[in-house]
Design a protein around this ligand. Structure first.
Ligand code: ACO
Length: 444
């Protein structure tokens, strides 16, 4: 197989030309032939399957979309069985080793790696869109001192929509380009300001001399020094984490981005929705939940007891399991390596031994093996963030910064796709038929 050829749903390409599926409807005895393209039948073709002329036609029932493709995409490829992740055809391991977050963001959004001049231009524009309108600062100041940074980030991103009303022009390529610079540029600033607000520290303005990640560390941690100099190992580790989180095809938050933007909402409101989806503990909030779990376990000796509770269904082993990966998440392997690089600078995180013991037991235990539950991206990332001195509440915000590139790539792809319309699933109605309204005094 030519490694650069497009791939549809599987590791090997399908001819897709004359494949079909024959269905016999046992209710009527009729046979139907449905075309199969790229390993899929079109759900709308099922509507031809009817028991009578006035029958609505067959639908597929797929709660949580476990087996429904809602779009065709060329952005990210995942083979969950084999633990493969590629952005635009480039293996995640190669990008984590050789690329930078901004270059990877360009790749995801534009489809190709940038040439040197394109990368310089891209970096320049994103760097020059890192400042926030001063009123956003006032807005952030209105939050309670212990407001969760994700709540602040979600609200502040939505508020950007009111500052840039031209963002509504979603079919204007120049406008989209501008909003892309703003979203990528301002996400770290909003996240850092949220963190500083929670500590009661003054906001640190962006420093355009620094790299994307170096500047983020500056906005988080600068105190009295005249010039903040990020530790290169930490700067690189965070950049790698942003690359690893940059996209993951049709996950919960990217689906929220596509779903909300399909109504032609502006990208700030759609991003706020995507970030809200990410906040949940089953998605991007899992890194926070992993750290809380490790703290709750408390020591290596208590791991078997916790695993017992997981197996009895009392609690979950956070950072384990994935809807798509039924193998070791390739990002988790890279993160584990990166963690050791950070510990070399910051000292070993004492929670690491608890995490390693959880992983060791789980990888040998039939409960996890039979369900194909492996560490996911969130299992070790929290340990890195904590070692860098960040509080657990900031972890999902860090995820959101990295994922911004993917959200934009998915948004752009959706807008350019002539098959896409406003997102609107069907339902199977199982409620009452028509009922008589009973006045309140007559209800028994
Ligand atoms: N701990 C213990 N058991 C688990 C776990 C876990 N972390 N994850 C799944 N299982 C079990 C389920 O109980 C179920 O068992 P059963 O068949 O006996 O009922 C089986 O494995 C299948 O699990 P589902 O919940 O059906 O799998 P689903 O694909 O819906 O869920 C999810 C995937 C949400 C990621 C789940 O594995 C989970 O909750 N993990 C912990 C949270 C987490 O780490 N989320 C981060 C995901 S990565 C990301 O978003 C960046």
């Amino acid at each position: 197989m030519d490694k650069s050829s497009p791939v549809a749903n599987a590791a090997e390409p399908r001819s897709g030309q004359h494949e079909s599926l024959t269905i016999t409807d046992n209710r009527t005895g009729k046979r139907y032939e449905l075309p199969v393209t790229n390993g899929c039948i079109r759900a709308s073709d099922l509507r031809k399957i009817k028991t009578a002329d006035d029958d609505f036609g067959l639908m597929s029932y797929d709660p949580a979309f476990t087996n429904t493709a809602a779009c065709a995409s060329k952005v990210t490829f995942i083979d969950g069985e084999r633990g493969i992740l590629r952005y635009r055809g480039y293996p995640i391991e190669v990008l984590a080793e050789k690329s930078t977050y901004l270059e990877t963001a360009y790749l995801l959004i534009h489809g190709e790696l940038p040439r040197r001049a394109q990368l310089a231009d891209w970096t320049f524009h994103i760097t020059h869109h890192t400042f926030l309108h001063e009123s956003i600062k006032k807005f952030l100041d209105g939050f309670h001192y212990d407001a969760h940074p994700m709540g602040m980030l979600i609200s502040a991103v939505a508020a950007l929509s009111t500052f840039y009303p031209e963002a509504k022009e979603i079919f204007n390529a120049e406008s989209r380009k501008k909003q892309t610079y703003r979203l990528l540029g301002k996400m770290p600033t909003i996240a850092a300001f949220s963190y500083r607000h929670s500590l009661g520290l003054p906001f640190v303005y962006p420093d355009n001399d620094l790299s994307y990640t170096g500047n983020f560390l500056n906005m988080l941690f600068k105190t009295t020094e005249l010039k903040y100099r990020p530790n290169p190992a930490l700067e690189r580790a965070l950049d790698v984490l942003f690359i690893l989180h940059a996209d993951h095809e049709q996950n919960c938050s990217s689906s929220a981005m596509r779903g909300v933007a399909s109504s032609q909402a502006d990208p700030y409101c759609a991003t706020a929705a995507a970030a809200a989806a990410l906040y949940g503990p089953l998605h991007g909030g899992a890194n926070e939940a992993v750290l809380r779990m490790l703290l709750q376990i408390g020591s290596v000796e208590k791991v078997p007891e916790y695993i017992r509770r997981v197996k009895e269904g009392e609690v979950r082993l956070m950072g384990f399991g994935h809807r798509v990966y039924k193998n070791y998440d390739p990002r988790a392997k890279i993160i584990k390596r990166t963690a050791y690089e950070v510990f070399d600078v910051m000292g070993r995180n004492p929670l690491l031994d608890i995490a390693l013991e959880c992983e060791r037991i789980a990888l040998e235990d039939d409960y996890f093996v039979s369900r194909k539950l492996y560490p996911n991206v969130d299992f070790y990332s929290g340990l890195i963030y904590q070692s860098m001195g960040l509080p657990v509440t900031m972890f999902p915000a860090l995820f959101a910064i990295g994922r911004m590139a993917g959200w934009i790539a998915q948004w752009e792809e959706m807008l350019a796709d002539p098959e896409q319309k406003i997102s609107r699933p069907r339902q199977v109605y199982l409620g009452y038929g028509t009922r008589e309204y009973v006045p309140v005094d007559d209800r028994g």
